[in-house]
Design a protein around this ligand. Structure first.
Ligand code: PGA
Length: 256
């Protein structure tokens, strides 16, 4: 089954409001509208940059999707510092990253939190980009496939097939994030295939075949083509290289 490639730029905690406008404008300037027929392009700016970035793309009539990097599962209330699904929806987000390894390791996010966030997003009509991936210690002790499988099963607990089909999984080995040490295409493919097998176990082969599995971790314009050529890698979640418009645009071109 032909899955549409998805290229998502995770800006992390980078770009002030003004810087975000400049970066969005640079991406918009380099963007060709017919790309959207073959690839979905999404940017994930910090919360405070969502609206100005959306405005830039809207003004230029660019079909660049908007994603948040995190969300809280309650719709409103006394949760100081948090942002809800309805807030993201109204500002124009169609996507949201959940369970990024930085959230898990630095902010104590659990598999259960990830599951609640994914469910809240789906209930609100947004698509979660569910991140999974093992540490170097888990990779080295050889249990990484079981580890990632358990993360996927936990993230999708109680989510039905129709909602699962709208979700995306991103395999991001922690040892490859921001380190310049990209997984080889074979390493990335092995785990992405195992993720699809896990999804097939949950939802059947046909649904799993329709779902997108991304790779993330030091993906850049130099290695994207080989990674994206793998059978079970349907796109990329790009951190560092998404902060330079020329690099991000080049990665999109590699995906066409
Ligand atoms: P990186 O980050 O491309 O800078 O390694 C990827 C990510 O964490 O999403």
């Amino acid at each position: 089954m032909a899955r549409k490639t998805l290229i998502a730029g995770n800006w992390k905690m980078n770009e002030t409001y003004g810087e975000a406008v400049v970066l969005a404008q640079e991406i918009s300037n380099g963007f060709y509208d017919d790309w959207v027929e073959t690839v979905d392009v999404v940017v994930c700016p910090p919360y405070i940059d969502l609206k100005p970035v959306k405005t830039v793309f809207e003004f230029d009539k660019r079909k660049v999707g908007l994603s948040a990097q995190n969300v809280y599962w309650e719709a409103s209330g006394a949760f100081t510092g948090e942002i809800s699904v309805p807030m993201l929806k109204e500002v124009g987000c169609a996507w949201c990253i959940v369970g990024h390894s930085e959230r898990r390791t630095l902010f104590g996010e659990t598999n259960e939190d990830v599951n609640k966030k994914a469910k809240a997003l789906l209930a609100g009509g947004l698509a979660p980009i569910v991140c999974v991936g093992e540490s170097l210690a888990v990779r080295d002790d050889g249990t990484y496939l079981a580890y990632v499988k358990a993360q996927v099963e936990a993230a999708f607990a109680g989510i039905d097939e129709a909602d699962a089909r709208r979700s995306v999984v991103a395999y991001e080995p922690i040892w490859a994030i921001g380190t310049g040490r990209t997984a080889t295409p074979e390493q990335a493919q092995e785990v992405c295939a195992a993720i699809r097998e896990t999804l097939a176990g949950l939802y059947g082969a046909e649904a799993a075949d329709a779902m997108r599995v991304l790779y993330g971790g030091s993906m850049n314009e130099g290695n994207a083509a080989l990674l994206l050529a793998e059978a079970d890698i349907d796109g990329g979640l790009i951190g560092g290289a998404s902060l330079k418009a020329a690099s991000f645009i080049q990665i999109v071109k590699e995906a066409l």
